[in-house]
Design a protein around this ligand. Structure first.
Ligand code: SF4
Ligand code: SF4
Length: 425
């Protein structure tokens, strides 16, 4: 194994220092080792033989480096206590800790001090980026998003052509007529009330376009994708740049609301980081619940009748952003046999695919399957045959779990269910 040189170590410690705000220092200084968080993590609960899945263990990997370089005892008497030199081996431990944490923050709900392991893992991810040992694919995807933001004109025409194809599909499937704008998927419309930010696939645009049109919404589709690969890889600069593309577009078009597609991380980041903007940020699940409550769309209540349905709460949408009632309201309108997985959605198990794990595809598949058996048990416990969710990552991971564990469920996006049950008039 190569030896870390002093210059690299110093550069990495500068990165570490940049993360030391008040909250982070508190998380680094506080852990009573009470053990309450142990069973809270799906990774450890699914693989109790491996202590590396314990949240406090992960945190300790970062904490030991902190003790070595940022605490007097670690500097003066490094042989005492539990400090750890920042070395190539330490980087390997940081990688293992950070890339086995989905950032679901279930452990935070249980910890008596509210220690946020996800935040501590953001230090680990930043050091790994500094050392050039982060998952390459995530940096590549983040860089592509940033580039797209800089040179939209290069992509514009191709995107517009593919949207015109999607329009034909919306008209064909839902028999919806183009409104006054002469198009069922408006693009770049200044003065629209809602800017909808979707994902690359048609599945995130088609049903939503149908619902917007039926609700007679004054909306427009974003030229950008909602997903923030900068956040997945843990690069604060790229996270901001990717977010800025959408914020700038929303400001340019003077929209009142930005609706984020079924992508939990994209929604949570946009909601938190664009709090001071002159537009409201909503998840598409909230928008659909609102249309149903206001009677702007009507649904056929028999569409999913007699089918036992359960709902997986995406961690970033539910526990970490509070969208828990809306999906249940939607399901109360379109399903007559809804079954909860847990008494309180706040404690729902993570699907095991968040935090950039699903985005790494096959590379993480084995770990994702082995670290999520508690989620499988939870779904199976409901005996539901339809598993709804409202996040792309969760949908992919749940579909992988469904195939791997032969769960026998139909995994569906909530937005697609709304569009399927919608009465077109
Ligand atoms: S619950 Fe909190 S204080 Fe207790 S061991 Fe876990 S992180 Fe430390
Ligand atoms: S954030 Fe989630 S995955 Fe990470 S340690 Fe906590 S419970 Fe485990």
């Amino acid at each position: 194994m190569k030896i870390m040189d002093e210059k690299t170590r110093e550069d990495l410690l500068t990165l570490f220092r940049s993360k030391l705000n008040r909250a982070m220092t508190l998380y680094l200084e506080t852990c009573s080792r009470c053990g309450v968080c142990f069973e809270a993590c799906h990774v450890y609960a699914s693989r109790p033989h491996d202590v590396k899945g314990i949240p406090a263990y992960r945190a300790e990997v970062v904490r030991r480096i902190y003790k070595k370089y940022f605490k007097p005892q670690g500097r003066i008497m490094p042989h005492l206590g539990e400090s750890r030199e920042l070395s190539e081996m330490a980087l390997e431990e940081l990688s293992e800790a950070a890339w086995s944490c989905t950032g679901c923050r279930r452990c935070v709900v249980f910890c008596p001090f509210g220690i946020d392991t996800q935040m501590l893992m953001s230090v680990a991810k930043l050091l790994l980026i500094g050392a050039g040992t982060e998952p390459e694919i995530l940096t590549l995807l983040a860089d592509t998003s940033v580039e797209k933001g800089k040179s939209l004109d290069l992509y514009k025409e191709g995107f517009m052509a593919s949207v015109r194809d999607l329009e034909a599909e919306v008209v064909e499937r839902w028999k919806i007529e183009a409104g006054e704008a002469g198009t069922v998927i408006p693009l770049g419309k200044e003065g629209a009330d809602i800017l909808y930010v979707g994902l690359a696939g048609a599945h995130s645009i088609l049903p939503t376009a149908a619902v917007f049109n039926q609700a007679r919404e004054n909306w427009t589709l974003s030229f950008f994708e909602a997903v923030n690969f900068g956040a997945f890889v843990g690069d604060p600069g790229k996270t901001q740049l990717i977010l800025d593309r959408i914020v700038n577009e929303a400001r340019r078009l003077k929209v009142k609301e930005v609706a984020i597609c079924e992508c939990g991380t994209a929604f949570r980041i946009m909601k938190a980081m664009a709090a001071d903007q002159p537009f409201k940020v909503s998840s598409i699940t909230e928008v659909h619940a609102r249309y149903l409550k206001e009677g702007r769309i009507k649904v056929d209540k028999t569409r999913f009748a007699g089918i036992p349905v359960t709902y997986h709460d995406p961690c970033q949408l539910a526990r970490n952003a509070g969208v828990m009632d809306e999906p249940r309201y939607i399901l109360s309108q379109i399903a007559d046999d809804f079954r909860e997985m847990t008494k309180d959605p706040k404690y729902n198990w993570c699907c095991g695919g968040g935090g950039g794990l699903v985005a790494q595809g096959e590379d993480t598949l084995d770990f994702r399957m082995k670290s999520s058996s508690v989620k499988v048990d939870q779904v199976k416990g409901t005996k539901a045959t339809l598993l709804a969710t409202a996040c792309e990552n969760c949908h992919t991971q749940l579909s992988d779990l469904n195939a791997h564990y032969k769960m026998g469920v139909d995994v569906k996006f909530l937005s697609a269910m709304v569009a399927d049950a919608m009465i077109v008039s």
